[in-house]
Design a protein around this ligand. Structure first.
Ligand SMILES: [Zn+2]
Ligand SMILES: [Zn+2]
Length: 367
């Protein structure tokens, strides 16, 4: 939805609401302005509201706008508008650095530094964020990127999003982290049990069909269905729609309807030949590098069995066993509160830390 013209005026807010009503195929002549003292009182955070049928169109001077279900009576409308204004006030308040936790400060540093992972920052640029805090910080970074229309918020924009949400200002729980590394580029992707190989939003935006054209997936109706359309001219790609076979940067992927609506792009797993010891060793090193990336610490040494041979030919199980081993090392020996190995038993946060790290390395291993 396009917003009203800025800086906001009464005429601009009305023109925007008229356009919204017309776009729904309704008659804008019956659009009514809603009077509410708090909207006109505040010079900086106020704005204008209009109603039409069951919909309220609210445009605020801070540039935000949106539609709401009209409660249908004066007191209900006043209460709703007060809530909208309160959220705007929170969003626009100035947060001092001392009001931010270590996770939030590290995420802002990552945005300023232009890195896609908090772990990619040198340790001195993310004080207080070690292996225990990293999963939560990475989740927060992903959440802020997803909240931005461009997918790449400035630190200033992220600060406004943080200011408007008590949940995002609280320390994230490492056990509740729902993110995993994109299997193609290692950026962060939201994790669901059903789609452990889902790619990140950046990769999803560069999906190509067998005709080497960029394609986007969409649902064919409000309750599902799927088709892939070429981004250049909007024509339906019959091949990608029928089979879901697509590529991202030349790597095989599958695009299709997600179970609860929307569209998912998943990478098609590519495992090395179990008879090729060098290839298996390469895959094992990649796992160790991933653990290092996620924890922000040097890559852990590989155990002697890691590079094969893979006796039963099951490379996936072999690598899963290795990753589990490396994660256990990361979650115990590397924890700042319990620096020595062998203290796994009395490490109260270990399950949550390990779960967070597992999601960021190999979701299949998350306990
Ligand atoms: Zn990616
Ligand atoms: Zn095509």
């Amino acid at each position: 939805m396009e917003g009203p013209e800025q800086p906001l005026t009464r005429a601009g807010a009305r023109a925007w609401a008229v356009a919204q009503v017309a776009a729904r195929g309704d008659d804008p002549a019956r659009l009514v302005e809603v009077e509410h003292d708090a909207l006109s009182d505040s010079e900086h955070s106020g704005g204008y509201a209009h109603r039409h049928g069951r919909v309220l169109y609210v445009a605020l001077r801070d540039g935000s706008f949106g539609t709401h279900l009209d409660p249908g009576d004066e007191p209900g409308r006043a209460a709703l508008l007060d809530r909208v204004l309160e959220r705007a006030r929170l969003r626009n308040r100035t947060l001092r650095p001392t009001e931010l936790g270590v996770h939030q400060q590290a995420v802002l540093a990552a945005l300023r530094g232009g890195v896609r992972r908090v772990a990619a920052l040198p340790e001195r640029e993310r004080p207080g964020v070690g292996p225990v805090e990293l999963p939560g910080a990475e989740w927060l970074l992903m959440t802020l990127r997803r909240a931005s229309p461009t997918g790449a918020p400035t630190a200033q924009e992220a600060l406004r999003t943080l200011a408007g949400s008590d949940e995002l200002l609280a320390p994230p729980d490492p056990g509740a982290v729902r993110a995993h590394p994109c299997p193609l580029c290692r950026g962060l992707a939201p994790w669901t049990e059903r789609y452990p190989a889902a790619v990140c939003a950046d990769c999803g935006a560069t999906t190509r069909c067998r005709h080497h054209r960029l394609v986007a997936g969409r649902n064919t109706s409000w309750n599902g269905g799927f088709e892939a359309v070429h981004r250049d001219d909007g024509s339906v790609c019959d091949d990608a729609t029928a089979g879901g076979g697509v590529t991202v940067a030349g790597l095989p992927c599958r695009m299709g309807e997600a179970r609860f609506g929307g569209v998912v792009v998943e990478a098609v797993a590519q495992l090395p030949d179990p008879r090729d010891d060098l290839a298996v060793l390469g895959a094992a090193r990649t796992r160790a590098d991933l653990v290092a990336e996620v924890t922000g610490l040097p890559a852990p040494p590989l155990p002697s069995w890691a590079g094969g041979p893979v006796a039963d030919g099951d490379v996936a199980a072999h690598l899963a066993h290795l990753t589990d081993h490396l994660l256990a090392a990361a979650a115990s020996a590397w924890c700042r509160d319990h620096p020595g190995p062998g203290q796994l038993g009395d490490l109260p946060r270990e399950p949550a830390v390990r779960r967070g790290l597992a999601l960021l390395v190999d979701p299949a291993l998350a306990p």
